[in-house]
Design a protein around this ligand. Structure first.
Ligand code: 4NP
Length: 160
C-alpha cells in the first residue's frame, strides 16, 4: 500500500480538497487497494474542524465527495507516509522544522506535478473570495491527475 499525505497550513482548504480529488480519482481507476490518502495541516488552528464551507461547495460543484476533520502534521507521519505533498514553500519549511532525522517519506510540492507553472505554489484561497476556491480546484485537479500517473508508473500499480 502506497500512503500519500497532502499537507497545507490549516487543513481546511487546499489539502482536504486535494485529498478528496485524489480519493475520487483513485476510486474511478479501481486503485483503492493500492493507494491510501489523508491530509493534514502544519498548524493546529483548526484541528477537528470540517473543511471550510467554500471548500465543501467547490468540491460538491465538481461532484467530489468530501468528508474530513482537520488534523495536524506530526513527526511520525514522516515515517508512516510514503509521500508528503505540500501546497507551498511555507508548508515545506514548516514541515521540515519537525522532520525527524530518520524520515523515510519523500516530499514534493503538489505543483511539481503541474503542466502549468511547474514548481510554483498552490495559492492559499483562505483570505480571498469564492473564485479563489475554483482556481484552487482547477490547479489541484490538474496536479492530482499528473501525480497519480506518476505513482502508477513508478510503482507499477494496476487496477484491481
Ligand atoms: P489552508 O488555508 O492551509 O489551505 O487550509 C488556510 C486555512 C486557515 C488559515 C490559513 C490558511 N488560518 O489562518 O486559519
Amino acid at each position: 500500500m502506497i500512503k500519500v499525505m497532502f499537507v497545507c497550513l490549516g487543513n481546511i482548504c487546499r489539502s482536504p480538497l486535494a485529498e478528496a480529488v485524489f480519493a475520487q480519482r483513485v476510486k474511478e481507476q479501481n486503485l483503492e487497494g493500492k493507494l491510501e490518502v489523508e491530509s493534514c495541516g502544519t498548524a493546529a488552528y483548526h484541528i477537528g474542524e470540517k473543511p471550510d464551507p467554500r471548500t465543501i461547495t467547490v468540491a460538491q460543484h465538481h461532484h467530489i465527495p468530501i468528508d474530513h476533520r482537520a488534523q495536524q502534521l506530526k513527526k511520525e507521519h514522516f515515517n508512516t507516509f510514503d509521500y508528503l505533498i505540500v501546497m507551498d514553500e511555507s508548508n515545506a519549511s514548516n514541515a521540515k522544522e519537525i522532520e525527524p532525522a530518520n524520515a523515510t517519506s519523500i516530499m514534493y510540492k503538489l505543483r511539481d506535478f503541474d503542466t502549468e507553472n511547474e514548481g510554483s505554489d498552490v495559492a492559499d484561497p483562505w483570505f480571498g473570495d469564492e473564485d479563489g476556491f475554483e482556481v484552487c480546484y482547477q490547479t489541484v485537479d490538474r496536479c492530482v491527475d499528473e501525480f497519480l500517473h506518476f505513482l502508477v508508473k513508478k510503482h507499477n500499480l494496476t487496477s484491481a
